[in-house]
Design a protein around this ligand. Structure first.
Ligand SMILES: [Zn+2]
Ligand SMILES: [Zn+2]
Length: 370
């Protein structure tokens, strides 16, 4: 393939080809491991995610904040101080031929992000860290707030690392350069939209916190006997409800998606799975919750575990529980997790393979604030 020297370059830089990508085939290739190191660096940048008006009181010491609520939560499912988690890195994908496998991680390292200063981590989250979880709107909100702070942190790091990928086409053929830049361009559009959505959602999430009024917060709470074997804290834009009906189109990046936060954790006396959202998200979140309410207690474990694997990557899994599952179920869950990843390794897809998970003892299921 040839490209005109005076044409605008295909990479979208706005420069002429001769001043941009001409000669790139001969440049030294970038080592993917260098990129991995740069990615790790971006994902450990230290900042405080408290609202801007609180920043003058920051302690100046950014700590590794826990995302799964309550510092003691993970120890409830750990074995010898370790839980299983997925580490999506280039190295791990290569090792397992494009499939992720859960790996043992010490609970001190698991589930942390450098996203709050020590004072705000301690003060803002005291009602969930230091009190038994009782389902108050404030506690539910704080779970969601922490999950969303991590989401913002991750999206910003992803946007920074996407810039690094622009150099990965050095030393490649012109065809490869073009397809890599096309991939970067599409991914960049998604990330730009994600950053724009953060500008929309972040102030919304700060209103209850800054006004100390949590009366608008809506939640659906599932209380379990014992800790849930999969712990997670995340915020995502639901596309479909639990019966598969679509309520928003995520392909349309011009629309700002509605968000739902999910936290599964041990609250001091019982296990809990908590879904939390704000009133503007009712149009999408209410149908999701209504269809979740229809699922029987007996089927709830299978449906929730599949749901968590499908939507969140920062899962923390009880090693004993994972090893008790049949191999086919483990594989089905891993496939669900891999569902949205690029298929550069051509891993087989079994997204809808059935997973049978032993039933949980459900104590209570109820709505708060709606
Ligand atoms: Zn170019
Ligand atoms: Zn702070």
């Amino acid at each position: 393939m040839k490209y005109g020297r005076n044409e605008q370059c295909f990479c979208g830089s706005g420069k002429k080809y001769k001043h941009c990508h001409l000669g790139r085939e001969q440049e030294p290739r970038v080592n993917p491991w260098d990129i991995s190191a740069a990615v790790r660096k971006e994902f450990s940048v230290k900042l405080c995610s408290a609202p801007d008006v609180m920043h003058e009181k920051c302690s100046g010491k950014i700590i590794a904040a826990h995302t799964v609520q309550r510092s003691g939560s993970l120890s409830e499912i750990a074995r010898d101080g370790h839980v299983l988690t997925f580490v999506p890195s280039f190295e791990n994908l290569t090792k397992h031929k494009g499939l992720l496998h859960p790996e043992l991680v010490g609970i001190r390292k698991a589930s942390t992000f450098s996203g709050f200063c020590s004072r705000h981590d301690d003060e803002l989250f005291a009602p969930v860290e230091k009190e038994v979880f009782g389902g108050s709107q404030q506690q539910c909100f704080l779970l969601a707030y922490r999950a969303y702070a991590r989401e913002i942190y991750t999206k910003r790091a992803a946007a920074e690392t996407a810039k690094l990928q622009k150099d990965l086409d050095r030393g490649r053929s012109l065809d490869t350069q073009m397809s890599m830049q096309m991939f970067n361009f599409t991914q960049g559009l998604g990330l730009d939209a994600a950053l724009r959505d953060i500008e929309h959602h972040k102030p919304r999430f700060e209103v209850p916190l800054l006004s100390d009024d949590y009366s608008v917060v809506r939640s659906y709470i599932i209380d379990l006997e014992g800790p849930p074997p999969v712990m997670c804290s995340g915020t995502y834009p639901p596309e479909r409800d639990f019966e598969g009906k679509r309520h928003q189109d995520l392909v349309d990046i011009t629309a700002t998606p509605h968000l739902l936060s999910v936290t599964s954790f041990y609250g001091g006396e019982n296990g809990h799975v908590v879904f939390t959202w704000l009133p503007e998200d009712d149009p999408v979140c209410l149908p999701v919750i209504q269809t979740l309410e229809k699922i029987s207690d007996e089927d709830l474990s299978s449906r929730i575990v599949c749901f968590l694997f499908e939507h969140f990557e920062n899962l923390h899994i009880s090693p004993n529980w994972w090893e008790s599952l049949e191999k086919a179920t483990q594989n089905a869950l891993i496939q669900r997790m891999m569902g949205d990843m690029p298929t550069m390794f051509g891993a087989p897809r079994l997204r809808h393979a059935k997973c049978q998970i032993p039933s949980w003892n459900v104590i209570n299921r109820y709505r708060v604030g709606c």
